[in-house]
Design a binder for this molecule. Structure first.
Ligand SMILES: O=C(O)CCC(=O)C(=O)O
Ligand SMILES: [Fe+2]
Length: 356
C-alpha cells in the first residue's frame, strides 16, 4: 500500500459534508469544550473526525494484514466465507450482499475478525481464519482490537455520563468477557472500472448495526445522507483522523438522542478511482444477550426523549443484540433475496420519515 502522501488527492469538485474534529486526548483529559463538541457531533449527525487516538501504527499493520489476506487465491479465501445464516465473521466475497431492494450486488470484499476470537486466540470461539490472519493475530489484530475497544468504550462512557446513565453502565452492556458481534473489518473495493458510475453503491446505504464504529480510510468513497436531505455527500479522508460514528444500538439505548446516520460507500472519486480503496473498521456491538431497547428507567433525559418520540416502536425492538445482528446480516445476503421484502427485513434504524 502506498505511503499516505502518495495517494492522488481527493477531488475538490465533489460535494462533501464537514465533520466536527474531536481530539481524543482532550476528551480523556476531561476538557469541557471538547466534551461539548463531541456531544454536539453525537446528537446531530452521529459522525465525527477524531485525532490523537494513538492507533495509527496498528492501523497500518492492519491494512498490511488486509492486503496479505485479499492477495490469497480466491479458492482459499472462500473457504472462510461467512455463509448465509446470519454470521458475519470471516470472509465476504464481492457480490455476496445486496446493496438495495432491487438486489443489486455490492462490489466490496472484506475480512471480518471477531473480537471474541482475537481475545481467546489460539482457541476459536466462533470460527477459524485464513493463515494470513492467524499469522498476525497476536502481534497486530489482538492489540488493534483491544485498543479500539478501549477507545470505543471510553467514548460511549462519555456519552453515557451526558445522558445521565450511571458510570460504567454502557461498558457493562459491552463486556469483553461476554460473546458479542464486535469485530474488526478490513475492506477492499476494486479500482473503479471505466464507465461505472460514481453513484453506484459499492456497499449499500445502511446505518451501523452495533454501538460505535472506529473507522480508518485512505481514499474517498464514504458518503453520508444528512438528516432532512436526500443528497449523498462525501466524507473527505484526512490523514491521521479516524472517522467515528454511532450505530443503531446507541440510538436505541438513548431513546433517539444519539444519532445513527445513514451512510454508504461508492467508488473512490476523481483521480483516486484508479486505486483499490481500503478501509478498516472496528465495530463495538452490545453483548449477544443484551436486549435492544431504550433505557428510560435509567435516565430522565432518555425517558423524556422516548415520551416525545412520534414513533416509539424502535425503542423496544424485542430483539437481543445477537438476534438483531443476525437478522440484518442474513437478510442482506444475495443468496437469501426473495424480493424487496427480504432486503427490507435487513433494515435497522434507517427508516427516516425525513428522508426522500
Ligand atoms: O469503508 C468505509 O468507509 C465505510 C464502511 C462501512 O460503512 C461499514 O463497513 O459499515
Ligand atoms: Fe457502516
Amino acid at each position: 500500500m502506498p505511503g499516505l502522501l502518495s495517494y492522488p488527492p481527493f477531488p475538490d469538485n465533489v460535494p462533501t459534508h464537514p465533520l466536527l474534529v474531536v481530539d481524543y486526548a482532550l476528551l480523556k483529559a476531561g476538557n469541557e469544550e471538547e466534551l461539548d463538541k463531541f456531544w454536539t457531533a453525537a446528537t446531530t449527525l452521529g459522525f465525527w473526525y477524531m485525532k490523537n487516538h494513538g492507533a495509527d501504527e496498528l492501523v497500518n499493520e492492519m491494512f498490511d494484514m488486509g492486503e496479505e489476506t485479499m492477495s490469497l487465491p480466491f479458492e482459499e479465501k472462500i473457504k472462510f466465507e461467512q455463509g448465509d445464516d446470519g454470521m458475519s465473521f470471516g470472509y465476504k466475497a464481492a457480490g455476496a450482499n445486496a446493496v438495495d431492494d432491487t438486489g443489486a450486488l455490492d462490489t466490496v470484499e472484506f475480512i471480518n475478525i471477531s473480537q471474541d476470537d482475537a481475545l481467546a486466540w489460539p482457541k476459536p470461539v466462533h470460527r477459524t481464519y485464513p493463515a494470513t490472519v492467524n499469522a498476525r493475530m497476536e502481534a497486530t489484530i489482538r492489540p488493534f482490537i483491544q485498543l479500539s475497544a478501549e477507545v470505543n468504550c471510553t467514548l460511549m462512557e462519555i456519552l453515557g455520563k451526558k445522558l445521565g446513565f450511571k458510570a460504567g453502565r454502557l461498558t457493562e452492556l459491552h463486556r469483553l468477557d461476554e460473546t458479542s458481534g464486535s469485530e474488526t473489518r478490513c475492506i477492499r473495493n476494486p479500482p473503479r472500472p471505466g464507465g461505472i458510475s460514481e453513484e453506484k453503491a459499492a456497499l449499500g446505504a445502511h446505518t451501523d448495526f452495533g454501538s460505535m464504529t472506529f473507522l480508518h480510510n485512505r481514499l474517498g468513497g464514504l458518503q453520508v445522507m444528512p438528516p432532512g436531505s436526500d443528497k449523498w455527500l462525501y466524507i473527505k479522508p484526512i490523514p491521521g483522523h479516524a472517522v467515528c460514528n454511532l450505530g443503531d444500538a446507541m440510538h436505541i439505548f438513548s431513546g433517539g438522542i444519539l444519532k445513527s446516520n445513514l451512510h454508504r460507500v461508492v467508488p473512490a472519486p476523481g483521480a483516486q478511482a484508479v486505486l483499490p480503496r481500503w478501509s478498516l473498521a472496528m465495530f463495538t456491538r452490545p453483548s449477544d444477550s443484551v436486549v435492544l431497547r431504550a433505557l428510560p428507567e435509567e435516565s430522565p433525559m432518555v425517558a423524556e426523549a422516548v415520551a416525545n418520540a412520534p414513533d416509539k416502536s424502535i425503542f423496544n425492538s424485542g430483539q437481543t443484540s445477537k438476534e438483531w445482528f443476525a437478522r440484518r446480516i442474513k437478510n442482506q445476503r444475495t443468496k437469501n433475496q426473495k424480493g424487496p421484502e427480504t432486503w427490507h427485513q435487513s433494515r435497522g434504524t434507517e427508516h427516516r420519515p425525513d428522508a426522500a
